[in-house]
Design a protein. Structure first.
Lengths: 563, 214
C-alpha cells in the first residue's frame, strides 16, 4: 500500500520538480526588481531598478532585436515546415528530408550556431570554397555577416534548429490525423497539393503543435547562447544584457537584471499576444480563401521553396558541423585555402584535460537529471494507467509551462534566491534546474508511445496472475524499452545543451562542455571552438546511438519488437 | 450450487447508463455463448469478470467463482483466464518464457521446465520453447496463448472472439482443442462471439445481447 501511495504522489512530485524552480525563480525576480534585496542592504520597494533599465541607452535596439528575431525565426521555421509537409508529405524526398533532419534535433543550439558562423562568416568555409575562383577575394571581405545588427544570422541559426523540432512535432501530430483521405478528397475537388494541405490538414495539425510553436517563439526571443554567438553585440539582445547585469561585480546590478527579466517576461507575453492575433488573422484569411473557391493549382514554386528551405536547414547544421570538425583538426588554414593543413590530434590533445573535466561535469549533471526525469515520468504515466485518468489539454499546458517561461525571466531570480537563503550554488542546484527543462521533453517524448501500447497485454498478464508491479516491470517496461531509452536520450541532449541554467545556477563552479564552448565565443580561437563544439555535439548524440544499439542487441532475436 | 461461474444480478453501466445485465450460472465444463452486434457490451462483460473495466464503467451485483465471491478481488487474484482474438504473446519473451510467465509459481527449475515442455508437446509444438513468438504461424501462436493461459491454472475461461483471427480449418481445430481442455478440467467457459458456428460448436447455452436491452 505504501508503494501505491508513493506512486500516487509522483504526479504531484513531478509538478513540483518542474514548476517549483520556475515559481521560486519568478518570485526571486519580483522582489529585487522592485529594489528589495536585503542581502546587499537594499530595502524596497523602489522603482530604481526599472529606471536603471530604462536609462540603458541600448534598450530600444535590444527590445527590437528580441522581438524581431523571435517572431521572424518562428514564422520562418513554421513556414518552412508547413511548405515541406504540404508539398512533399508521403514522397521520397520527404522521407529523405525527415531522415536528414531528425538527428539534427539533438545537435546542441550552441554547436549549430558556431557551425553556422564558421560556415557563413566572410572568412567562413563557404567564402573559402568560392574564393578566389568565384569571388576574386584574396582576403575575406569586410562584411558584417555574423553578429549583424539586424540579427538576421541569429534568425538563420534559430530557424535551422527549429525546423527539425517543428517538423518532428508535426509528424507526431500527423500520425493522429486522417491525412491521406482528407488530401485525396480535397484533391479530387480540384485543389492543388499545398492548397489541399493548408485547407484540410494544417488547421488540425496546428492545433496540436501550437504549444510547441509558442515554445519556439519564447526560445527565439530569449535565447542567450545562440545570441552570444550569432546575434548583434552592440547592443546585444535583451536576454544577453540581462546576463551581463547578472555578471556585474557590482551586486546592485542584479536588481537591474531582475527588472530587465520582468520586462523580458512582459515582452514575451506581448509577443505571444501578437502571435495569437496573427493566428486569428490567418484563420480568417484562410476561411475567406476557401470561400472564394481558390484551388491553388500552380503551386510548383511553393513546393520547390519548401524543399529548399528544408534542405537548407539540414545543410546549414550538417555543413556547420563539418566546418567545426575541420577546424578541430586544423593546423594552419590561410584564406582562401579550401582546406586546412591537417594537424592530427594536436588541437584535441591541447584541450584534452579541460575537455575531460567538462565532459565529466556534463555527464554527471545530465545523467542524474535524466535518471530522475525518467523515473518521475514513468511514475506519472503508470499512475495515469492505473487510475485511468488521462492528462487533458490543461495538463499539457502545465507540461509546456517551464518551456514557455523565458529562462532569462526566472533563472536570475532563482540564483538571487539561492544566494539570499544561503544555499550553495553548485552541482545539486544545477541538476534541479536542468530537471525543469529535461522533464517536459522526456514527458513529451515518452507520452505517446507509452500510451499507444496495447493495454490488452496488461489484461492478459493480470489474468495470468501478475500484479500491477509485475505488469509494469516484466511486461510494459521491457516492451517499451526502446521509447524509454529514446526519451532518455532526448533528455540527455536537452541537458547537454543547457547554457544559462548551468552558468547562473552553477555559480561558475559547474563547467560543462556547453558553458566551456560558449565561453570561447568572444575569443575567436576557431580550433578551440571546433574541438569544444564537436565534443558537445558528440555528448548529445552518443546517447541516441546507445538508445538504438541496446534494444537492437537485447532484442536481436525478437522480431515482434522491431516494428 | 457453489461450483461454476455465477453472475448474480450482474449489471454493467457506462457513465451511469445501463449497458449489460446478466443473471446466469455456468456449471463446470459447460459453455455459455454470448452473441450480439459489436458495441453491445460483450467485451465489457468479460472485462467486468476479469476485473479490468475501463474508467467510466461500473458494475453492480456479484460474481461468484466456485463459491468464492470475486466481485471486488484484484484482477490478478481472480483466477479467470482469458483468450483474445489476437494471441497477445509477449514479444520480448521466448515461447517458453511466455509459458513460464503463465505458469503458477512453485517447483524447481527442472520441474517448471518440464511442465512447459509437456504443455508445448500437448499442442504439437514440442521443441518450440526457445523460439521467438514472432516467427510462429497464427495457429501456432494461438495454441501457445492457450497453453500459457491454462498453465496459470484458471478456475474459469473467457473467450473474447478467440477464434475470429483463424481461417475456417484452423478455427474448427482450435475450438475443439479449447473446449476439450475446458471440459477435461471442468472449467466454466464464457464465450463472446459474433460467429454462429462458434456457438453451434459449443453446443450449449446461447444468449443474445441486444442494443439498449440493459
Amino acid at each position: 500500500m505504501a508503494q501505491a501511495g508513493l506512486l500516487r504522489a509522483l504526479p504531484a512530485l513531478t509538478l513540483v520538480a518542474m514548476l517549483g524552480p520556475v515559481a521560486a525563480g519568478l518570485a526571486g525576480t519580483l522582489l529585487p526588481a522592485f529594489g528589495h534585496m536585503p542581502a546587499i542592504g537594499a530595502h524596497g520597494p523602489s522603482l530604481a531598478p526599472f529606471a536603471a533599465v530604462l536609462a540603458w541607452p541600448g534598450l530600444g535596439a535590444a527590445v527590437w532585436t528580441s522581438v524581431f528575431t523571435g517572431l521572424l525565426a518562428t514564422a520562418v521555421s513554421l513556414g518552412a515546415v508547413v511548405l515541406i509537409t504540404a508539398g512533399w508529405w508521403g514522397t521520397r524526398p520527404f522521407r529523405w528530408l525527415e531522415r536528414a533532419l531528425s538527428p539534427l534535433l539533438a545537435v546542441p543550439h550552441a554547436a549549430a550556431a558556431f557551425g553556422l558562423a564558421f560556415l557563413i562568416a566572410p572568412s567562413g568555409w563557404l567564402a573559402r570554397l568560392a574564393s578566389p575562383g568565384l569571388t576574386g577575394w584574396e582576403r575575406p571581405p569586410d562584411w558584417l555577416i555574423v553578429n549583424d545588427p539586424w540579427g538576421l544570422s541569429l534568425v538563420a541559426g534559430l530557424a535551422a534548429k527549429e525546423v527539425p523540432f517543428l517538423l518532428l512535432m508535426t509528424l507526431a501530430a500527423l500520425a493522429q490525423a486522417d491525412v491521406a483521405r482528407s488530401l485525396r478528397v480535397a484533391q479530387a475537388l480540384g485543389h492543388g497539393r499545398i492548397a489541399a494541405w493548408l485547407f484540410c490538414v494544417f488547421p488540425r495539425v496546428y492545433a496540436q503543435i501550437r504549444l510547441a510553436v509558442f515554445v519556439v517563439l519564447v526560445f527565439g526571443m530569449t535565447v542567450v547562447d545562440v545570441a552570444l554567438i550569432l546575434g548583434p553585440s552592440t547592443p546585444p539582445p535583451l536576454s544577453v544584457q540581462i546576463l551581463r547585469w547578472m555578471g556585474d561585480p557590482d551586486l546592485s546590478q542584479r536588481m537591474t537584471a531582475a527588472a530587465g527579466a520582468l520586462m523580458q517576461l512582459a515582452l514575451v507575453l506581448g509577443a505571444l499576444a501578437v502571435w495569437i492575433a496573427l493566428e486569428r488573422l490567418v484563420a480568417r484569411a484562410g476561411r475567406a480563401w476557401i470561400a472564394s473557391g481558390w484551388r491553388g493549382r500552380g503551386d510548383g514554386v511553393a513546393r520547390v521553396a519548401g524543399l529548399l528551405l528544408g534542405a537548407g536547414s539540414a545543410l546549414a547544421v550538417l555543413g556547420g558541423l563539418a566546418t567545426l570538425a575541420l577546424w578541430s583538426f586544423a593546423g594552419y588554414w590561410g584564406f582562401p585555402d579550401p582546406l586546412p593543413a591537417f594537424a592530427g590530434s594536436k588541437n584535441w590533445m591541447r584541450h584534452g584535460p579541460g575537455l575531460r573535466d567538462a565532459a565529466a561535469d556534463t555527464t554527471l549533471v545530465a545523467g542524474i537529471a535524466v535518471a530522475l526525469a525518467v523515473i518521475l515520468v514513468l511514475g506519472c504515466l503508470e499512475a495515469e494507467h492505473r487510475t485511468g485518468r488521462r492528462l487533458h489539454a490543461r495538463g499539457m499546458w502545465l507540461v509546456y509551462l517551464p518551456l514557455l517561461v523565458p529562462q532569462t525571466a526566472f533563472l536570475p531570480g532563482l540564483q538571487t534566491l539561492l544566494l539570499q537563503i544561503g544555499a550553495d550554488t553548485g552541482v545539486v542546484p544545477v541538476i534541479a534546474a536542468h530537471l525543469v527543462f529535461v522533464l517536459p521533453y522526456v514527458f513529451l517524448s515518452l507520452g505517446d508511445p507509452w500510451r499507444a501500447w496495447d493495454a490488452r497485454h496488461a489484461g492478459v498478464a493480470v489474468a495470468l496472475g501478475a500484479g500491477p508491479g509485475a505488469v509494469f516491470w516484466r511486461v510494459r517496461l521491457p516492451m517499451l524499452l526502446r521509447p524509454v531509452l529514446t526519451a532518455a536520450a532526448v533528455g540527455f541532449a536537452v541537458s547537454v545543451g543547457q547554457y544559462l541554467p548551468t552558468l547562473l545556477i552553477g555559480g561558475g563552479r559547474v563547467a560543462t562542455l556547453t558553458t566551456e564552448a560558449v565561453a570561447l565565443a568572444a575569443g575567436g580561437d576557431r580550433r578551440a571552438i571546433g574541438v569544444h563544439a564537436i565534443a558537445q555535439t558528440a555528448a548529445a548524440l552518443l546517447p541516441f546511438a546507445v538508445a538504438l544499439a541496446v534494444p537492437a542487441i537485447l532484442w536481436r532475436n525478437r522480431r515482434g519488437l522491431h516494428g | 450450487m457453489a461450483e461454476g461461474l455465477k453472475m448474480d444480478q450482474l449489471k454493467i453501466t457506462r457513465d451511469g447508463a445501463p449497458l449489460v445485465a446478466i443473471d446466469r450460472v455456468i456449471p463446470p465444463g459447460r459453455v455459455l455463448t454470448v452473441m450480439g452486434p459489436s458495441g453491445v457490451g460483450k467485451s465489457t462483460l468479460l472485462a467486468a469478470i476479469t476485473g479490468t473495466l475501463a474508467p467510466g464503467f461500473a458494475c453492480t451485483g456479484r460474481i461468484i467463482l466456485n463459491g468464492r465471491d470475486i466481485t471486488a478481488a484484484p484482477p490478478h487474484s481472480r483466477r479467470v483466464g482469458i483468450l483474445f482474438q489476437d494471441d497477445l504473446l509477449f514479444p520480448h519473451l521466448s515461447v517458453g518464457e511466455n509459458l513460464a510467465f503463465g505458469l503458477r509459481g512453485g517447483g524447481d527449475r527442472t520441474a517448471r521446465r518440464s511442465r512447459i515442455d509437456a504443455a508445448l508437446a500437448e499442442v504439437g509444438l514440442a521443441g518450440f520453447a526457445d523460439r521467438d513468438p514472432a516467427t510462429l504461424s497464427g495457429g501456432q501462436k494461438a495454441r501457445v496463448a492457450l497453453m500459457r493461459m491454462l498453465l496459470s491454472d484458471p478456475a474459469a475461461l473467457l473467450l473474447d472472439e478467440a477464434f475470429s483471427g483463424l481461417d475456417a480449418d484452423r478455427r474448427a481445430r482450435m475450438r475443439k482443442l479449447v473446449f476439450d481442455r475446458a471440459r477435461a478440467r471442468g472449467l466454466p467457459v464464457l464465450m463472446v462471439t459474433h460467429d454462429r458456428d462458434d456457438a453451434d460448436a459449443a453446443g450449449d447455452d446461447v444468449i443474445e445481447l441486444r442494443p439498449g436491452a440493459g
